[in-house]
Design a protein around this ligand. Structure first.
Ligand code: PMP
Length: 436
């Protein structure tokens, strides 16, 4: 029977292979898929790699309550179980306007947007992919601060975009470096190919760095200034915005654009609530609303209507804020456990190993001596995963051309504090072994 099945599945010898699109070719060898596979192939490894959120604080009870409310009255339940619209549930979008007003510390009136500028997507990832699709032709340019979110680098590669990196530091992308880069592209006559500046503005994945408060307005002003023959869209990926543990409360880049015509604000309920609902959203300049809806219409004509309404209930009932508070308290402890473990385990390697202390998010960015490579094919990665049984994300994935090879992303999302301490001890053993 097995043989028969295999025979049925194998293409007939005479059958030619499909002729794949160029985009298919550009989407090959995605780091995210390889990384997920590594996790599955090494189940006994402690994962400091997974971008997953904490299991213990996932909102089981709140979801159960909201679910029961949605299904309570069969008439309304049927409405939620029906298709919605491509842009998403009005109920959730109205709640989101109130929620955003709170985050921006202003009133709904002052916020000055209407629900039609909000599009609900299947995670914020879908919005990032749709924006790349509607903005980039092959060869068009996206500016990023490197290192950056490696899955978005994959999306950009998938549409044939060219990625140009701009220098950053512990305060995020450098304003003078951004200006110099834009000016250079203008002098070279290729500013017309620059379609987007992409920034993870809060507790960046992978570095934990946020864009400093005093850089935010100048960045928006620069992008506006260089948007001459066409608009350079500033995509503000604020996925980790609500996971703030200490440090200053930062205004969004979006709020520095008073007419809301330049900046897209992308947010998600994945990190602060539950990624399983796959609910994210974008606040879009009016010029981008229809292009995004048209593209999404081709893709799925609307994200899960039921899940959107479940989140709307959680917001409406005032359950969300308490939950986020609890989640942040928990992550703060886990971040502190990781930082304490790093300080302890690397106390004898202070000259060689360094890391950035994040005020929020899920990640700590670690640098090791230049002579040590951290990539999938490195001795360190093999020793860490096979011998010490600990996994991290190689930092080079977060650069468009693997420019730096001696860094890694460590996540404190999934493991509990004891697991984090053990994971860091194993990592320290691996690094010491490879340094010998
Ligand atoms: N942006 C960043 C920076 C992320 O780290 C992630 C998730 N890893 C996303 C966007 C997308 O998340 P989701 O689709 O779950 O909203």
């Amino acid at each position: 029977m097995g043989t028969a099945d295999n025979e049925t599945l194998s293409p007939a010898p005479s059958s030619p292979a499909p002729s794949f699109s160029q985009r298919r070719e550009w989407s090959q060898d995605q780091a995210i898929s390889y990384l997920m596979a590594q996790g599955i192939e090494n189940p006994d490894c402690l994962s400091l790699a997974a971008g997953f959120v904490d299991f213990e604080t996932l909102p089981v009870e709140l979801s159960r309550k909201a679910y029961a409310e949605l299904l309570d009255d069969p008439q309304t339940a049927r409405k939620y179980l029906q298709y919605g619209t491509t842009a998403g549930s009005d109920r959730l979008r109205d709640q989101l306007i109130k929620h955003l007003a709170k985050l921006e510390e202003t009133t709904v009136e002052e916020l000055g947007i209407d629900r039609n500028q909000l599009v609900l997507t299947t995670g914020s990832q879908q919005l990032l992919a749709i924006l790349a699709d509607v903005l980039f032709d092959p060869g068009d340019i996206c500016l990023v601060a490197a290192p950056t979110y490696f899955v978005f680098l994959g999306v950009l590669a998938g549409v044939g975009a060219e990625v140009i990196t701009v220098e950053g530091d512990e305060g995020g992308i450098k304003v003078d470096a951004l200006e110099a880069q834009l000016e250079q592209l203008k002098q070279e006559g290729i500013l017309s190919r620059v379609k987007m500046l992409y920034l993870v503005s809060y507790y960046e994945n992978p570095t934990g760095v946020s864009v400093d408060a005093d850089r935010r307005q100048p960045i928006v002003d620069l992008v506006t200034k260089y948007s001459t023959d066409h608009q350079i869209v500033l995509l503000e990926d604020a996925a980790y915005r609500e996971l703030r543990y200490d440090g200053p409360k930062l205004p969004s880049l979006w709020s520095c654009d008073p007419t809301h015509s330049q900046v897209v604000l992308a947010q998600t309920f994945s990190k602060s609530f539950a990624p399983g609902f796959r609910t994210g959203f974008g606040v879009l300049p009016k010029s981008l609303v229809q292009p995004v809806i048209d593209r999404k219409g081709n893709e799925d004509f609307g994200s899960s209507h039921f899940n959107q309404n479940l989140i709307a209930t959680v917001l409406e009932r005032g359950w969300y804020e308490d939950h986020v508070f609890e989640v942040c308290e928990n992550y703060q402890k886990k971040r502190d456990a990781m930082l304490a473990a790093l300080a302890e385990e690397f106390s004898d390697l202070q000259q060689e190993v360094s890391w950035f202390v994040p005020h929020g998010g899920l990640y700590v960015w670690l640098s090791v001596p230049e002579k040590l490579e951290t990539g999938f094919n490195s001795e360190l990665f093999a020793y860490a995963t096979n011998v010490e049984k600990v996994m991290y994300v190689p930092g080079q994935l977060c650069y468009p051309h693997a420019e730096r090879k001696n860094q890694m992303r460590l996540s404190f999302g999934v493991l509990n504090p004891d697991g984090i301490r053990l994971g860091i001890a194993r990592l320290a053993n691996s690094i010491r072994h490879s340094l010998k």
